[in-house]
Design a protein around this ligand. Structure first.
Ligand code: FAD
Length: 410
């Protein structure tokens, strides 16, 4: 049995955990950092499976934490990717209303974008067609975000890990079955090793609420998993949008609607998705893999209540997005943006992700913003939803600013 010590122990090596490690070093707060992950390789969950879109900051209410970190986070991650010559497609993004009654939302998004410091421009139909000739706007207007870019998420995760390792961060991968002992500030690993820390960051993504529980943190929250499937345009399809194409979203629900995203490596693949269908388990990426029947049953009960009470316009999400995993409905959603798309143009992509959406049992609402809670000698990042990948460097700084006064590093 061995005893090891780190100033900081991070649970979870997605972008949030990696960026916290990075900023701890950059800010000179400590060099003694251990990052522990249950998987043998990083990037197996959201940070390696997302759309790779560096969001420009249009969607978020100006007073939200998302708004506070998205624009600068996107600029920092983009610069980091470009400095290293990693794949990036600086193609921009167009948002179109799929129905005429959603036209006024373009003005809301433009206003929010400007308030958040993003560059946005309203387009007429001919300007839209210059960007994507096949695209359609139900109202004739569209919104252009020139600073949206696409990167390859898994490449970003792997490179960041490699650099942190070279700078002395200790990675413990494949660590399952550990036990937290918050009262002693240590984790007991399955092989009997005791990992002592001065401060712990819980960045466990889809499992963050479960990791928080022994610390007595966030008991009113539970995570609802939503599966995101992607389709892609077949190689021989002549329609190839060269920039991102998104529908105007329902700003009351946390999903942006299925969208067209060219890949980071010069438009080789155009994906369509992700869908947002309740998943049968937090890591239920395929078939019956990692199904959690009791969690699925209680989540469905929560969602049914949300539907009946129509909290936050939840019924509209169900009608418009919950069944998009069904190919005819996905096709219809895609055709609202590009009418010439046909079923024979689409094939299912191997890419699939699961979004963790935090539900607050006390308020009976889905949490819309990032949520970070303090615990004993620890900090718990409970709702690192989109755009946490985009914002990760700036979000890490914000988390450290809040945690630093109580961190008690040696
Ligand atoms: C389909 C999809 C599309 C998205 N598109 C975008 C996008 O285009 N742009 C954007 O900005 N954001 C997007 N997001 C959101 C973004 O991916 C996430 O906000 C972000 O990756 C969250 O990072 P994270 O580090 O919190 O979580 P994760 O990447 O999930 O990392 C958590 C880590 O914790 C580890 N872990 C979990 N439990 C334990 C445990 N008990 N012990 C040890 N380790 C544990 C996991 O193995 C994992 O490595 C998307 C998400 C999805 C699912």
């Amino acid at each position: 049995m061995t005893l090891q010590h780190s100033d900081v122990l991070i649970i979870g090596g997605g972008m949030v955990g990696l960026c916290i490690a990075h900023q701890l070093l950059e800010r000179g707060m400590t060099k003694s950092v251990t990052l522990l992950d249950k998987e043998s390789e990083l990037g197996r969950h959201s940070s390696g499976r997302n759309s790779g879109v560096l969001h420009a900051g249009l969607y978020y209410k100006p007073e939200s934490v998302k708004a506070q970190v998205c624009v600068t986070g996107a600029q920092r991650l983009r610069a980091w990717v470009e400095e290293r010559g990693l794949p990036i497609n600086p193609c921009g993004k167009v948002i179109v209303p799929p129905r005429p009654d959603l036209d006024s939302q373009l003005d809301v998004l433009a206003e929010r974008g400007r308030a958040n410091g993003a560059v946005v421009e309203l387009l007429d139909e001919s300007q839209l067609r210059e960007l994507i000739p096949e695209a359609r706007s139900a109202s004739g207007r569209a919104l252009w975000s020139p600073n949206t870019a696409v990167v390859k998420p898994i490449t970003v995760v792997q490179r960041l890990k490699q650099e942190l390792q070279e700078r002395g961060v200790r990675f413990l991968n494949g660590q399952q079955g550990w036990t937290a002992k918050p009262e002693h500030q240590h984790l007991l690993l399955a092989d009997g090793t005791t990992l002592h820390y001065n401060h712990l960051f819980n960045c466990a993504g889809l499992q963050a609420d479960r990791v928080a529980r022994p610390f007595g943190v966030g008991r009113q929250f539970t995570l609802l998993p939503f599966k995101g499937l992607y389709w892609q345009l077949k190689k021989d399809c002549a329609i190839r949008p060269r920039c991102n194409l998104y529908p105007v979203p329902d700003l009351n629900v946390p999903f942006l609607g299925v969208h067209f995203t060219p890949s980071a490596d010069s438009g080789a693949v155009v994906s369509i998705g992700p869908t947002a269908t309740p998943a049968w388990g937090r890591e239920n990426y395929r078939g019956f893999q990692a199904v959690e029947p009791s969690m699925a049953a209680s989540n469905l009960a929560v969602l049914a209540r949300q539907y009946l009470q129509n909290r936050g316009g939840f019924r509209r999400y169900v009608h418009e997005q919950a069944f998009l995993a069904l190919p005819p409905l996905l096709l219809r959603a895609a055709q609202q943006q590009i009418p010439a798309i046909r079923a024979e143009h689409l094939e299912l992509s191997s890419k699939v992700g699961i979004r963790s959406q935090l539900f607050n049992r006390n308020t009976q609402r889905l949490e819309d913003d990032f949520l970070c809670l303090p615990g004993p000698a620890s900090t718990h990042v409970l709702n690192a939803i989109s755009p946490a990948f985009t914002a990760s460097f700036a979000l890490a700084d914000l988390i450290l600013d809040t945690a630093e006064p109580g961190m008690n590093l040696s």
